[in-house]
Design a binder for this molecule. Structure first.
Ligand code: 1GP
Length: 227
């Protein structure tokens, strides 16, 4: 399990406590990103996390301005579900000066936005529509195209705060067709949903909103079998 911390929502003063909770939740990675914030803000959050945690910090950037050289890795997300060149390649080109001088592990990631029942910020910012949940074939083909283009991860995204997380049948269909790890995020707010995603084959699930809204949720996650 990875937890997603958004530099725009995270107060620096609460990071120490949050890290204790995250460690006891059994999370294996900390993702940082989500909103568009000045580079300095991302940098500051990553540095603060690093004071209290040895978990790998992986950037989950909304655009090229969110690359912090002090993180461990970067999901180099290409929004394959949409047809906006800005998020397919343009932001990536703009990120290169930062990446050339950073020691980040860059992980090429096929990012698929799938309808989660409400308008997501990815949809708003990218100006692209999510894929329809009943067009599983297209979702699978898009993920496979990403793999054949050399991507090392597929990220199935329902959108932060989605009403419905990615359906297990979608995860399963994608897993059956690709040989690279599949990450699933968006709208996962309880153990049952986490378990369903994992049972369907998700190699990692990502939680953001659920942890922001109710830190008490950390404890129950710890008590279930390891995610
Ligand atoms: C990461 O956008 C998700 O993929 C996070 O979604 O905030 O709904 O957990 P939540």
């Amino acid at each position: 399990m990875a937890v997603l911390l958004d530099p725009d929502k995270e107060a620096i003063e609460t990071v120490e406590l949050k890290m204790k909770q995250i460690h006891s939740s059994g999370a294996t990675h900390i993702f940082v990103g989500g909103s568009s914030v000045p580079r300095q803000q991302t940098q500051q959050l990553v540095l603060e996390i690093k004071k209290y945690s040895e978990l790998p910090v992986v950037l989950f950037p909304g655009d090229a301005t969110q690359i912090s050289q002090v993180a461990d890795g970067l999901l180099f997300l290409s929004l394959l579900s949409g047809r906006n060149p800005e998020y397919l390649i343009e932001q990536h080109v703009r990120a290169i000066p930062q990446l050339l001088s950073a020691g980040l592990e860059v992980i090429p990631t096929g990012y698929l936005l799938i309808d989660g029942g409400s308008e997501s910020s990815v949809e708003r910012v990218s100006g692209t529509l999510p894929m329809k949940t009943d067009d599983i074939e297209k979702i699978v083909h898009t993920a496979k195209a990403g793999e054949l283009l050399g991507m090392k991860l597929i990220y199935l995204e329902a959108g932060s705060g989605a009403l419905h997380p990615i359906a297990p049948k979608i995860i399963q269909a994608v897993k059956e067709c690709v040989d690279i790890p599949v990450i699933v995020g968006g709208g996962i707010s309880n153990k049952t949903q986490m378990k369903a995603a994992r049972s369907a084959g998700a190699d990692m699930v990502v939680l953001g909103t659920a942890l922001e809204q109710n830190t008490g949720i950390f404890k129950p996650f710890q008590q279930q079998e390891s995610f």
